[in-house]
Design a protein around this ligand. Structure first.
Ligand code: PLP
Length: 388
């Protein structure tokens, strides 16, 4: 049996996989088991921030793997400490919790928000509801599925967790209606990723923060997809001039190894106390040694300025395509609305021609490595041009 046959036989079919098995890769280029080359505009769903097998990342990971691969959270470890110090310096947040995924980071955020309210207002107040937005995606665990504001995710796995209220994005009247005394937090994606690259409007975000501040309701920004430089700022909240109380990062922050981070400001920094939360693999030294190598590069202002420029360059080139109606997103997180073709058909055609892309709802989605070269952008877009 080949890789595809074996996978389909022995691994649960929870993914709608494409018929491609990758064997090796370098930068923006991936090579299949049959030796075919691909330009990758998806970067492992935005996880490989510096592309495949960046030299510094590989070196940091290998060095740490040889020194000590894991030591549990009973003990301290240097890669975690160094990474946390650097991430606080870069973001201005007070402290953080490490998990292994976006869903886990969001679970931590949800628990932190609920306990913040429990500690401050008491159990009797039942101030535990979290407002999330329709069209959002927050993960696949039961709590984060319940948080996810898309009906299509609310099947099969009943009962879902109570305590989530779904509000209309960019609709202040609707938010006001739902923001009652039972609410401890509002959780948002500044730009909905899986939901279709849908940005929140500045005015809405302004008003949301005001309303929350007035009621001591926490704001949780799920920056799992938008964070870690993806939009050309280290945090997407910077575009909006906003600092959430709690921020979650995953995908690109690990640079290709599993890492989820829940960051807290001063207000929420001491909510989780010993024994209230944990994760066996959380804070794994190998993942964090790699993440530190990535963080050192992607947090540099010059690097982020390049992300902005490359995003603009792609937009400019795309705008010349007849088939492109609209381009949403920021930096190197782009959602493309097509005139006549479906995103899925274009993605499949691109795959055949050697370009890997993603979709997000009905849009074609690009999340290329943040350090992609202009030459690779040109090559990828030439393939796309042939298809469109
Ligand atoms: C991908 C994603 C998640 C879930 O991350 P996992 O690592 O798959 O658990 C959560 N929130 C957002 C915004 C995401 O894009």
């Amino acid at each position: 049996m080949n890789t595809i046959e074996k996978t389909d036989k022995y691994i649960m079919k929870s993914y709608g996989r494409l018929p491609l098995a990758l064997k090796s890769a370098d930068g923006v280029h991936a090579v299949s088991e049959n030796g075919k080359e691909y330009i990758d505009f998806g970067a492992g769903i935005g996880t490989n921030s510096l592309g495949y097998c960046d030299n510094d990342w590989v070196e940091a990971v290998c060095k740490q793997a040889q020194a000590l691969q894991h030591n549990s959270n009973y003990y301290y470890n240097k890669p975690g400490a160094d990474f946390a110090e650097k991430l606080c310096a870069v973001t201005g947040y007070t402290n953080m919790f490490f998990g292994n995924s976006g869903a886990e980071a969001n679970e931590c955020a949800i628990k932190t928000a609920r306990k913040y309210s429990f500690d401050k207002y008491g159990k009797e107040k039942k101030r535990y509801n979290i407002i999330t937005l329709k069209g959002s995606f927050h993960g696949r665990t039961l709590a984060t599925l319940s948080a996810t504001g898309q009906e299509e995710f609310h099947n099969y796995f009943f009962p879902f967790l109570e305590g989530f209220i779904h509000a209309e994005p960019n609709n202040i009247a609707n938010l006001k209606e739902k923001l009652n005394d039972s609410v401890c937090a509002v959780m948002l994606e500044y730009i909905q990723g899986e939901g279709g690259i849908n940005p929140l409007e500045q005015e809405y975000v302004d008003e949301l923060y005001k309303l929350c501040a007035a009621k001591d309701v926490l704001v949780i920004a799920d920056e799992v997809q938008t964070g870690a430089g993806r939009t050309g700022k280290f945090l997407c909240g910077e575009h909006y001039g906003k600092r959430a109380d709690i921020i979650t990062l995953a995908k690109g922050i690990g640079g290709g190894l599993p890492l989820g981070v829940c960051l807290a400001n001063q207000k929420c920094a001491n909510v989780l106390t010993a024994g209230t939360h944990g994760s066996t693999y959380g804070g794994n030294p190998v993942a964090l040694a790699g993440a530190l190598a990535v963080l050192e590069k992607i947090s540099k202002p010059d690097f982020l300025a390049e992300v902005v420029k490359k995003g603009e360059y792609i937009r400019e080139k795309l705008s010349e395509f007849n088939e492109v109606v609209k381009i949403d997103g920021k930096g190197l997180m782009l959602g493309i609305t097509l005139k006549t073709k479906t995103a899925k058909d274009v993605m499949l055609a691109a795959l055949n021609k050697g370009l890997l892309t993603l979709t997000a709802k009905e849009k074609l989605r690009f999340l290329p490595p943040l350090n992609i070269s202009y030459d690779s952008i040109d090559k990828g877009l030439d393939i796309l041009k042939g298809i469109l």
